[in-house]
Design a binder for this molecule. Sequence first.
Ligand code: AHN
Ligand code: ZN
Length: 330
Amino acid sequence: MVQLGIIRNSIVLLLAVLLLSCIDKKQTNTEINIVSAKIDVPKFNVDSAYLYIQKQVDFGPRVPNTIEHEKCANYLARTLERFGASVIVQEAFVNRYDGVNMNMKNIIGSFNPESYKRILLCAHWDTRFLADNDTVEVTKPIMGANDGGSGVGVLLEIARQIQISPLEIGIDIIFFDVEDQGQPNGEFNKSSSDSWCLGSQYWAKNPHETNYFADYGILLDMVAGENARFTREGVSEKFASRIVDKVWQMGRKIGFSNFFVDEKTPGIIDDHLYINSIIHIPTINIVEYDNTTHNKFNKHHHKHSDNMSIIDKTTLHAVGQTVLGVLYNE
Ligand code: AHN
Ligand code: ZN
């Protein structure tokens, strides 16, 4: 009888343990459901992004060492601050390929500076001092609505959305200067190719914070062209193919598969190259690839026609909403 009692008690105990473990699993599942419940991704306001491009273009060409450049720098720093970012303007003098000394201003806005997990978002904000792809007024600077204005416009709207719907992860938005003052008709020797992207090269060697690191970076360059196609660009693919996967998958999932196409195209020299190779943050470039032009860039690249008339809101929306989708699913 005593032994039977022990066996019966053991069975009761076993059942109790099984029951508890079931309840525990159920609770765990519920927790997982809560954690993985659909998070709200803010709606990217494309009219707002458009106005931020207009505002930059209204200053005129933003060529280093000009008053328009200085005024626009102040506007960008103030606007990031207004959206709740901690702002640092990193200033230095860098030499253009022809020896002209340029007053560089990299503008950096950080959200949640104390967070360990960080994402870097960037675009160049300067505009080219020459219209070297044009046939007229080649030595005059361009407006750079798409090339310079568009990436910054999208990132300012993203900053505004982060202020409205705060994130837990850290975000650093960097507007790089002196990206677009490189040597014309690039003979592709090393020194002429390194004559582009002077702001990002400087920052990658002298980050605004010692030991700065981010999990990954996303560069936006020429993101407003009509029917733009964003391909898997070679440098992005080489250094950060997982990030290309992540961003392209998001774009396609939310309905922008006409923009985010699964085609591999050659690498280009752009700010992300130096972020990857110097400071080793895996960084991709969302940049238009146009198969029909001589240099595969947007057809208004480095021409006077790169003005507000070529800014396409459908493209801006595709890019802005996709990046927001990525950030708010981290
Ligand atoms: C080259 O032209 C080789 N790289 C510069 C990429 C660029 C210019 N992006 C915007 N403007
Ligand atoms: Zn350019």
